[in-house]
Design a protein around this ligand. Structure first.
Ligand code: BTN
Length: 256
């Protein structure tokens, strides 16, 4: 189905909604690997995913018709593979900026790319890069956001939704178009070389930045303070001995 609810230059200009699919990331990945080129900015949105995928081989749960589950195709060939994390920053910030007018300052980005309100997760993203000749040929940006869902299964005690927070339903396509517009703006900043702006803004939106909190690493629990995120996405946490420890994904757990 074609539609023109999108006000940006290219993100969402080619927009497809599907009633049911295993995973919008799988669908778009397959589409992008076919011989016919898929234009940058294509958005595939599903009412229902039967096998939605999350970070770290987890599934992604979303009640059909109530949430945003979509994937977007970007072609950041201008971005060196070593700077892949800048894309994570740009997309996280785009989602953040679209939700911030609704949710206000309780909204944060939990490193690396979860969207949090207070201590609860509203959504996240799964970005899958297809690398060719040392460049990111295609980035499949899959985003899942809990919008109008009122309850969550017991195995997701940490999940929340816009509806749970504001007691109000929101129009999914309006939100989607806002998100796409904001992602496009950050993406174009990256493309224009304003990488420092994107990095600095990401840092200011970070959950638990400069707050002393509890964490767990392979060496056990420790108290520490998030100080920064390195260019390549590594998290820097200072412990109580004033040592700066560095973590990549899966190496650190935030303890609430
Ligand atoms: C996470 O674990 O936080 C990432 C969740 C990403 C879910 C989205 S929903 C749309 C897209 N399709 C998928 O299968 N996963 C992503």
């Amino acid at each position: 189905m074609q539609n023109n609810i999108f006000s940006g230059l290219f993100v969402g200009q080619n927009f497809v909604t599907i009633k049911e699919v295993d995973s919008t990331n799988n669908f778009l990945k397959q589409l992008a690997s076919n011989s016919k080129p898929v234009i940058e900015g294509t958005v595939i949105m599903a009412e229902n995913q039967t096998a939605g995928r999350g970070q770290q081989q987890n599934g992604w749960h979303a009640e059909p018709g109530k949430n945003l589950t979509f994937s977007l195709l970007l072609k950041p060939s201008f971005l060196p593979v070593t700077q892949q994390f800048d894309l994570v920053r740009a997309v996280s910030l785009g989602v953040f900026d679209a939700l911030h007018p609704l949710l206000g300052d309780g909204l944060k980005i939990k490193w690396p790319n979860d969207i949090y309100y207070g201590n609860r997760k509203i959504g996240g993203m799964l970005i899958e890069n297809m690398i060719q000749g040392g460049q990111i040929k295609n980035a499949i940006v899959g985003i899942g956001l809990n919008i109008n869902q009122q309850t969550f299964p017991d195995y997701l005690p940490n999940a929340t939704s816009v509806k749970q927070i504001l007691q109000q339903d929101y129009d999914l396509k309006t939100l989607l178009s806002d998100i796409c517009r904001h992602i496009e703006a950050y993406y174009l900043n990256l493309k224009a070389g304003k990488v420092l702006f994107v990095r600095e803004t990401y840092l200011t939106r970070l959950y638990w930045l400069n707050e002393q909190k509890e964490y767990k690493s392979k060496d056990g629990p420790f108290a520490g303070t998030i100080k920064s995120v390195k260019d390549n996405g590594i998290l820097v946490v200072e412990n109580n001995n004033n040592e700066e420890l560095e973590f990549s994904l899966k190496e650190i757990e935030f303890v609430n």
